[in-house]
Design a protein around this ligand. Structure first.
Ligand code: MG
Length: 442
């Protein structure tokens, strides 16, 4: 496949992504799936109107109807697809900068489509083997609401009355994007008093980049330090992720957040966990406590979702804080994460920083080395040097020393090598970092 990357098709208008591709994509999705209706949602990027109208034309010309859900987060479209058992399309470039946009397919169960489905759609696009309709069978557009059904589904996973009783104070940063139509509403339904920043929709993303990284959410961090909030949350552009700050305004490590949620979920029901090799061994300690398994996968939410389906797992996640609860939706959802965070604070009656502090202190250090294409030779040298450590190649090379590890992998999309170092012992991390960096410089 050449068009579809790890998360659909992405590009810049008239540079790497033409409106004509949107039209062909719509035709191909309409040709491939045999349902009458196809749901469509989009973010508020400056190019979303041009791409979604092109896609709509394509779907209509394949004889299928478009259910236009408007400007909504990706998980709202996914829940709509799951509830109505229809496929969907989302026009978004998630956390990429404002010049990018993209199209992704949503499977009939609301999850990410399998690689086979994407390959078949791509094949229809490249061979132009579309089904074309006639004037009397052409599809129609109708609008529907995806927001309230989405919020209601989230609320089924938490105890809304208990949360309302706490009257939490929350700071929210929706990055001038899609979650503006859902997270403030969710916070109202949960009885919180909230303050919103970057709270007007603007596709040029004037407030911050839509990736909720530590650097990008500086405004929220300064406000969180002085505002007296129980919790602060920053979403990515299309709402499948959330980054949190505690009541002091300190960043909550995503790796620890998912472990906390897993512990909370496992207290209510039992089932196996699915996590990528980049997550620390903290998740293994949580699994041991509840007598369940952790299955490790390659890095990326689609891999986690895939294995969750195969083993009927209870919960999955990623070290960036993404929580996947398949009984709700087999994909990440920032809105669900917000509700989960408030649920565990209300059920324990504890500040979020104290809940995090109770966990075994596994540190996870992530290092990004740009401009490297010699991954294979580095991998060989490192494997040789650490031959006493247990090695696996689920994704790149992971070297395990009891409950510490070094993971070295190359990015699937850019010439970048990523290194993850995890241990409860900060000295171990520092020592391994010095050794690994020597291999990269020499
Ligand atoms: Mg996203």
């Amino acid at each position: 496949m050449t068009l579809f990357g790890t998360n659909g098709i992405r590009g810049v208008l008239n540079e790497s992504l033409d409106p004509e591709m949107g039209y062909k994509f719509g035709m191909a999705v309409g040709t491939y799936y045999d349902t009458e209706d196809i749901a469509l949602g989009y973010d508020n990027r400056t190019t979303s109107d041009i791409f979604r109208t092109a896609i709509e034309s394509g779907v209509l010309n394949s004889g299928k109807n478009v259910i236009d859900l408007g400007m909504v987060p990706t998980p709202a479209v996914q829940i709509y697809c799951k509830l109505h058992k229809i496929p969907g399309i989302m026009v978004t470039a998630s956390h990429n900068p404002s010049e990018f946009n993209g199209f992704k397919i949503i499977a009939i169960d609301g999850s990410n489509p399998g690689k086979e489905d994407e390959a078949k759609v791509e094949d229809i696009m490249t061979k132009e083997s579309f089904v074309k309709t006639t004037w009397d069978f052409v599809g129609r557009i109708r609008n529907d609401d995806a927001i309230y059904p989405y919020i209601n589904e989230i609320l089924k996973n938490v105890a809304p009355n208990r949360i309302r009783g706490k009257r939490f104070r929350v700071l929210v940063d929706c990055a001038n994007s899609t979650t503006l139509v859902t997270t403030p509403l969710l916070l109202r339904k949960l009885g919180t008093r909230y303050v919103s920043i970057n709270g007007n929709p603007d596709g040029s993303f004037p407030g911050r980049d839509p990736e909720p990284s530590e650097d990008n959410i500086r405004d929220m961090r300064s406000l969180a330090r002085i505002g007296g909030f129980d919790l602060s949350v920053a979403h990515d552009g299309d709402g499948d992720r959330a980054t949190f700050l505690d009541e002091k305004g300190d960043l909550i490590d995503g790796d620890k957040f998912v472990a906390l949620v897993a512990d909370h979920v496992l207290e209510q029901q039992k089932g196996d966990l699915v996590f990528p090799v980049a997550s620390s061994f903290l998740i293994d300690r949580i699994a041991e406590k509840h007598g369940v398994r952790v299955v490790r996968t390659a890095v990326g939410a689609p891999m986690v979702s895939d294995v969750l389906t195969k083993i009927h797992g209870l919960m999955g996640g990623e070290e960036n804080g993404k929580v996947i609860l398949p009984q709700y939706l087999n994909a990440g959802d920032g809105g669900l994460s917000v509700a989960m965070a408030l649920d565990l604070m209300s059920s324990t009656n504890m500040e979020i920083s104290k809940l995090i502090k109770q966990l075994p202190d596994y540190r996870l250090k992530r290092i990004k080395i740009a401009g490297r294409t010699d991954f294979e030779s580095i991998k060989g040298k490192i494997k040789d040097f650490y031959k006493k450590m247990e090695a696996d190649e689920i994704d790149g090379l992971r070297l395990v020393d009891r409950d510490s590890f070094i993971l070295i992998r190359k990015s699937g999309t850019e010439p970048v090598i990523r290194i993850y170092l995890s241990s409860m012992d900060p000295d171990w991390i520092n020592a391994r970092e010095r050794e690994v960096m020597k291999f990269l410089s020499g």
